[in-house]
Write a new protein. Sequence first.
Length: 323
Amino acid sequence: MEIESFSQSRLNLPEIEDNRNSYWRYTIAPGRSLTSIAAELSEHSMIEHPNYLIWIARYRRLAGKIKAGEYSLEPGLTVNQFLDKITRGDVIQYPLTIVEGWNFRQLWEYMAKMDNIKNDLENMDNRSIMSKLGYPDTHPEGRFLPDTYYYTQGMLSSQILKRAYIAMDDFLGKAWGERDIGLPLASQYDALVLASIIEKETAVASERKQIAGVFIRRLQQRMRLQTDPTVIYGLGSDFDGNLRSRDLKLDTPYNTYTRHGLPPTPISMPGAESILAALHPDDGDTLYFVARGDGTHYFSSTITEHNQAVRKYQLKKSANDSK
């Protein structure tokens, strides 16, 4: 009866010093025995009878099922609940969010700052990283689907990146199979490149298909895309935050003012909605758009209307900014 009472008793957890968390972290190393776990809990006065813990685990046939990992022990956790947790492998899951519109450098810098990820790609260039992931000769830009991924303490950075790569590959393949007919896109990769441009052009969800429609019609009519985000990407570290007219004339593989068609690679990691917009663009006759200054765009069908919109929204804004 005393053992049964012990199984329902609560662990005497140390006071939580980290105000950001409401639980105490407890790590079980690979190969750790139940006997050593019971002894450690007793040594830290978290349980009174270490042998009882062992007997209960053996009675419940859990003694050989302990799983290594980092666990959260919440206030009020009973001995039985503790045993359930460490034999289920109910380890702490950390979130990692890949943001829509990030480029690969931004993703890599973000991951490199996370202490609980084991970086097995440190000091590698992009080519080596992709080879490590199992995709040699693949450009990393745009290849990782923006989403929130969960990982455990000590997981390899290559494992997390590979999951995001596979997620993008799966989503893109399915979306490509359901695309509109007649698009001037020769491959899934073309769709990914276009989606990456759409992602950088607007943060307004309702505009994505409109912008996609403009770019699709430009491609169909052999017009240059003339989109600033590709120019900025091509400038790389030389871009200081201010895009100048001379930058638009500087020919790079990514300058869509000087070159026809799509740039050679994506320029960002597009989200699912931008990919769907690229493959299901709005119908219409608009060929131009200009930023209004409030995050939205004005769309035009003729160069005359577009020039009027530029004078109204861009030149007026420049004049106001100079005051």
